[in-house]
Ligand binder design. Structure first.
Ligand code: ADP
Ligand code: ZN
Ligand code: ZN
Length: 752
């Protein structure tokens, strides 16, 4: 394969800090066939860097170009579709083109070329007297060591100085420079296998002979095992099957009966799990209606009878209304039409139950991608997906970048989840927006599903950009068939009545009831991050920005309150501006505080805490959850992480300790978050024979977000929230972008 005739120049997104915003033009040497999506080595200044080809042309964009040094992989690593998607991400989220492309490269791809400094031929003879101080410093760093990374030299004498010092030392032959590729962090895995190399009859003869021998019984057993399964078998497996700590493989090999060879093995995150294939159930009437529209859309787009824009469907349905069943149906149809799918779920929802549901419908055809996988597993999954091994890729936000070719359907479950936004590093992409864009680029149907759709998504559906599909009821006969009642408790009344506990009387009664009945409760704190606010203990008043109406954030160092949106600042008032009470510095409690208070109030109860601090480990949240499901604890205390699609039959009480924590997030979406979180936690309370109880504690029971959540009324919330958004010029009416300039030199930031 070669590039189209005449295309002798390539636009390359280069992995360098200097590659900000633009790509670089390189010439293609005759010896190379380069196409779009190829990963390449390119010379960049004095260094050799990785890059991705994002365009080809017959004319150079600049007068002087250097040659591409070589291909990193023989086949292009990015598809044309992905190159287009990366270009959009670079522009939309303002990130260097390579960073955007890197999202889609195989795990562990990024490798640098390291420069090393070694002793030169004249190091011992040259009198060190002629060297100046910095040169001598560098020499002493290298003396007695095999090699030193150039970075270390730069760190010692400064980057600029290092250049002149090195030049001089190299000229004098005191040191030499070499370059080496950084060690790969991950590579295909191989392991030793054993294989029979004689014919079965011969082997059988041997087995008989060895059996008869005095000390050769173990050799016979091994040979027999290999005879039974005439494929190369991993040594580790043979050892396990035979129960030997070491195999008599050497003896058999010396006699020419078996051969040892190193073969690739796949690191499979689902290895050892078996899924019973299941058949799709008959759809309920509400599902039938939704499915009718979806199927028509899928067939028209993937069957090629529609030339109009590929549709995006917004599937609005409460938890347990049968959305997942619809996704499964749509995936099956997609596969029938010769295409494949990607399903995004929030990280926390990737439980064994979720995987089981998809894997049993598509046995052996489901890939799983999430941050809990080892780098090796991620690497192998990536390559198998790229080969087309899977019909369905299911994963958390970055799975949208899986190399799934022939994409026909993208599902984003719980589309309102903010974990779809990458907040902690660049590119700060939103996986839902990327999914919609990807669908448009490659002509795939997109389904966004949620019980509490993101306001912007719902707004788009009202404007006809997305097609709204609704599943208004829970499935009859399902354990959660009806929605629980939600009690809003006014914490101001509690204080008036002399109750100083963080638990209201209603919640205390509820917990006692649960403990007596040997049922389970969840205490929930919708607190995110360490953003915190100041609230009046008596009336619940919290200061908001006069300009932006977002909650002010408390900074303990300066003892001040800031608006995170416009930098408005005030000091903490001594008295509450609303009720004059002096108790204005109530910062609320975290999960640990709740645990402490619960232990005091209910000394006999078994408590389990689940938040980001205790769930760092790989399978930790699964373990905590299993423990709770096995009823080894009575009360689970946690952050919004526990609000996700769990089915917990023994839970008959959910308490939201302080709903105002979300209401006072320093974010224009605080009301929306409150509504989403409260609606979702409410959905966790069991509706079995025991009945379910939800208690939401707040200082603002009249707030529309809480009222709407208590009434399970999305439409009411949506209409009311939209009014405020329009008034303050916030999304979806205006776009909001945050530009962050970071540089050690403030002047550079100001210039940008
Ligand atoms: P959601 O994704 O909206 O939470 P699910 O698809 O998980 O809803 O459906 C809720 C429950 O109802 C699940 O246990 C599912 O297996 C079951 N279910 C969904 N659709 C059907 C159907 N057509 N027939 C029987 N059971 C169904
Ligand atoms: Zn007050
Ligand atoms: Zn402000």
């Amino acid at each position: 394969m070669s590039q189209p005739a005449g295309m002798r120049y390539a636009e390359v997104a280069v992995n360098s800090a200097g590659g900000w915003r633009n790509t670089f033009t390189y010439s293609i040497p005759n010896s190379l066939a380069v196409s779009i999506g190829h990963a390449v080595w390119v010379p960049f200044g004095a260094r050799m860097l990785q890059g991705v080809v994002v365009g080809l042309s017959d004319q150079p964009a600049v007068p002087q170009t250097r040659d591409i040094a070589g291909l990193i992989a023989a086949e292009p690593l990015l598809s044309d579709v992905q190159v287009k998607l990366a270009a959009w991400i670079g522009l939309h989220y303002l990130c260097p083109p390579f960073e955007a492309a890197a999202l889609m490269l195989p795990p562990g791809f990024e490798r640098r070329v390291l420069t090393f400094v070694h002793a030169g031929p004249n190091l011992s003879t040259e009198s060190l007297g002629v060297l100046d101080d910095s040169q001598r410093e560098v020499v002493s760093l290298i003396q007695g060591r095999d090699k030193v990374e150039l970075k270390e030299v730069e760190r010692m004498v400064g980057q600029r100085k290092a250049r002149t010092v090195m030049q001089e030392l190299i000229r004098r032959g005191v040191v030499v420079k070499t370059q080496e590729l950084e060690r790969a962090r991950v590579r295909p895995k191989e392991s030793p296998h054993l294989r029979l190399v004689v014919s079965p009859p011969e082997a059988e003869e041997e087995v008989k002979r060895l059996r008869a021998g005095r000390r050769t019984a173990s050799q016979a057993a091994l040979l027999e095992l290999l005879l039974k399964e005439p494929v190369p078998l991993p040594i580790s497996l043979l050892r396990k099957r035979l129960g030997y700590s070491s195999l008599p493989a050497g003896a058999l090999e010396r006699r020419g009966l078996v051969m040892m060879e190193s073969l690739p093995v796949i690191r499979d995150p689902l290895a050892g799990r078996h899924y019973t294939p299941s058949c799709p159930p008959r759809l309920y009437p509400s599902q039938e209606r939704v499915w009718g529209r979806l199927e028509a859309g899928l067939t028209a787009v993937l069957g090629g009878t529609s030339s109009s824009k590929t549709p995006v469907f917004l599937l609005h349905g409460v938890t347990g209304s049968g959305k997942t069943e619809i996704y499964l149906r749509a995936l099956a149809r997609t596969v029938e039409l010769g295409k494949k799918g990607i399903v995004l779920v929030p990280e926390i929802a990737i439980t064994p139950q979720t995987i089981e549901r998809f894997a049993s419908r598509f046995p052996g055809r489901v890939a799983v991608l999430h941050s809990g996988l080892s780098l090796g597993e991620q690497f192998d999954e990536w390559h198998r997906i790229c080969r087309g091994d899977f019909d369905v890729v299911i994963g958390s936000r970055s799975a949208i970048f899986a190399p799934q070719r022939e994409l026909g359907l993208i599902v984003v479950d719980e589309e309102h989840e903010w974990t779809y936004k990458q907040q902690d590093r660049t590119p700060r992409y939103h996986a839902r927006e990327v999914a919609v864009k990807l669908g448009r680029i490659c002509g795939a149907v997109v389904i966004l599903g949620s019980a509490t759709p993101d306001l912007e998504s719902y707004y788009r559906s009202e404007r006809g950009e997305y097609e709204l599909l609704e599943l208004p009821e829970r499935i009859a006969g399902h354990r959660l068939a009806s929605l629980p009642e939600v009690e809003l408790v006014d914490m101001r009344e509690e204080l008036k009545a002399g109750n100083r506990s963080i638990f209201s009387r209603s919640l205390l009664r509820g917990i006692s009831r649960v403990l007596d009945a040997r049922e389970q409760a969840i205490l929930f704190l919708n607190r995110r991050g360490d953003a915190t606010f100041v609230q009046c203990r008596r009336c619940g008043f919290a200061l908001r920005c006069r300009r932006c109406d977002v909650s002010l954030t408390y900074h303990s160092v300066e003892e001040g309150l800031y608006c995170h949106q416009c930098n408005y600042r005030v000091s903490v008032p001594g008295l509450c501006p609303q009720c004059g009470s002096p108790g204005m510095k109530f910062l609320g409690v975290g999960t640990e505080g709740v645990e402490r208070e619960a232990a005091l109030a209910f000394p006999g109860a078994r408590l389990l805490r689940w938040d980001r601090d205790v769930t760092r480990g790989r399978h930790f949240h699964e373990e905590i959850l299993d423990k709770f499901i096995r009823h080894e604890a009575d009360i689970l205390i946690g952050t919004q992480m526990i609000a996700k699609g769990l089915d917990l039959p023994l839970v008959t009480l959910v308490g939201v300790v302080n709903a105002d924590l979300a209401l006072n997030l320093p974010d224009y979406r605080s009301a929306e978050r409150t509504f989403q979180l409260s609606t979702q936690v409410a959905g966790r309370a069991g509706r079995g024979t025991a009945g379910g109880q939800v208690v939401v504690q707040t200082y603002a029971p009249e707030h529309y977000a809480l009222q709407a959540a208590a009434g399970h009324d999305y439409a009411a919330f949506y209409q009311r929230e939209l009014v405020g958004r329009r008034q303050f010029g916030q999304p979806p009416f205006k776009g909001l972008a945050r530009l962050l300039y970071a540089h050690p030199n403030a002047g550079v930031c100001l210039k940008e």
